[in-house]
Ligand binder design. Structure first.
Ligand SMILES: Cc1cc2nc3c(=O)[nH]c(=O)nc-3n(C[C@H](O)[C@H](O)[C@H](O)COP(=O)(O)OP(=O)(O)OC[C@H]3O[C@@H](n4cnc5c(N)ncnc54)[C@H](O)[C@@H]3O)c2cc1C
Length: 394
């Protein structure tokens, strides 16, 4: 049989696991012929997005992994931005770093372009935790504030400088707040300030943490956060940060030296322009086996796709674990499609979440047979670390 070219666009969690799964099914044999596997990404490195809060808190974090290190052989890596997909001609257009455009032909294409971080309007102030640059700016800002606080004689201004607001209390907000509490308090001690004067306020639009799971798990998380120096402010959104003053949805104001936005994710706006069919929200429309509607040979998984469980009607979340499970299934789907066999279909991932609650602190929750299991302590941390590391083949 002739060889096949499979292109994977996007080397995030969905993309790298798709590459691995495709290599694995090809290695396992069959009559698919030789494989030319091409991974295309804007960057030269896989970004461990779920750890973005780390460079916001400490310089000792490594969250980039070069693609060449992840896939030393069997994969051709092309650095460039995919600007269009012609699903009739089976070609993608890729713009390189110099602005040149090349087209690459494919037999199979996996669109795993991810999502973008929801950003407030620029007049709303603050810094959104969106990428490595913003994470570094966050760290520079709170460190600069602590430096100023150590010299400040006015106690109210000192307190403002020592206050950090985290606006958005999803997992990213909680993990960011917990990590910052640890490092900012340590830095305060080093500068001769009182660590208890460092205040981290986690603003939450709804009335409890962790709405995805049981209330008691949300309460447990809140107790852990509180013990590390993070206070949750429920039923309150930050509307704006201007010159150190926060305007809140309750009509009140509060003072803070830094406001960090952790507002969740939005569909990648490039998807539609690229020629992929998207739903009203902007996610790529796929069938039960991740095949893109009306585009033969094209599949889409991860944050960029709208994927639902046919049995329950439940849509997959935009999380790492769901992206990885889809990628693993996709390898088997692609080979089944090539061989003309019935392909596996999507099934929801089990209910489970892991939380990092500061260095070497973690918690995991899962629900099985209708029973909630909560793991804390060393095992909770080990599970959290395992999910982070295995997601990026570390
Ligand atoms: C701050 C933050 C914290 C998070 N915390 C958690 C968490 O604790 N747990 C959890 O499960 N999930 C978390 N998430 C969500 C998680 O990161 C996503 O669900 C996951 O990254 C989805 O993987 P993906 O491969 O679909 O997309 P991504 O990881 O976003 O990867 C997409 C890739 O596509 C590339 N790309 C995009 N457009 C183009 C283009 N036009 N051409 C070429 N390449 C392109 C990008 O460079 C990127 O490498 C968090 C997200 C953020 C932003």
């Amino acid at each position: 049989m002739n060889g096949k070219t499979c292109i994977v666009i996007g080397g995030g969690y969905a993309g790298i696991h798709a590459v691995k799964a495709i290599l694995k099914v090809w290695k396992a044999g069959g009559d698919q012929g030789p494989l030319r596997l091409v991974l295309i990404d804007k960057q030269s490195e896989h970004i461990r997005k779920v750890l973005l809060f780390k460079p916001a808190a400490t310089a000792e974090s490594v969250i980039k992994v070069p693609f060449k290190e992840l896939f030393p052989e069997g994969v051709k890596f092309v650095q460039g931005t995919v600007t269009g997909i012609d699903s009739q001609k089976r070609e993608v257009w890729v713009q390189d770093l110099q602005g040149g455009i090349q087209s690459i032909s494919y037999d199979m294409l996996v669109a795993a372009l991810g999502s973008v971080v929801r950003q407030p309007a620029s007049e709303q102030g603050g810094i959104a935790l969106a990428d490595l640059d913003s994470a570094r700016r966050i760290r520079e800002t709170w460190q600069h504030n602590l430096e100023k606080a150590a010299r400040e004689s006015d106690s109210q201004e000192r307190q403002r400088l020592l206050t950090i607001a985290v606006a958005g209390a999803g997992i990213s907000g909680m993990e960011t707040a917990a990590e910052l509490a640890h490092y900012a308090r340590a830095e305060a001690r080093n500068r001769g300030l009182l660590e208890d004067d460092v205040r981290i306020h986690l603003y939450n639009a709804i009335d409890r943490l962790f709405p995805e799971g049981p209330k008691k798990v949300g309460q447990k998380l809140e107790r852990h956060l509180s013990a590390s120096g993070v206070s949750a402010v429920h039923g309150c959104k930050v509307l704006q940060e201007k010159e150190g003053v926060l305007t809140l949805s309750t009509g009140d104001t509060a003072r803070a030296g830094l406001c960090i936005w952790t507002l969740g994710l939005l569909p990648n706006p490039a998807l539609q322009a690229m020629g992929l069919p998207v739903n009203e929200e902007g996610y790529v429309m796929v069938d039960r086996s991740y095949r893109v509607n009306g585009a033969p040979g094209v599949y889409s998984i991860g944050d960029c796709a709208h994927i639902t469980d046919a049995a329950s009607g439940r849509a997959d979340g935009k999380t790492c674990k769901e992206a990885i499970a889809q990628a693993v299934r996709l390898g088997r789907i692609i080979v089944a499609d090539l061989e003309g066999r019935r392909a596996p279909e999507h099934e929801s991932y089990m209910d489970s979440f892991c939380f990092g609650l500061g260095p070497e602190q973690g918690m995991a929750w899962t629900r099985k047979w209708g029973i909630d299991f909560v793991i804390t302590g060393k095992l909770g941390w080990a599970l959290r670390k395992f999910t982070w590391d295995s997601a990026s083949f570390q």
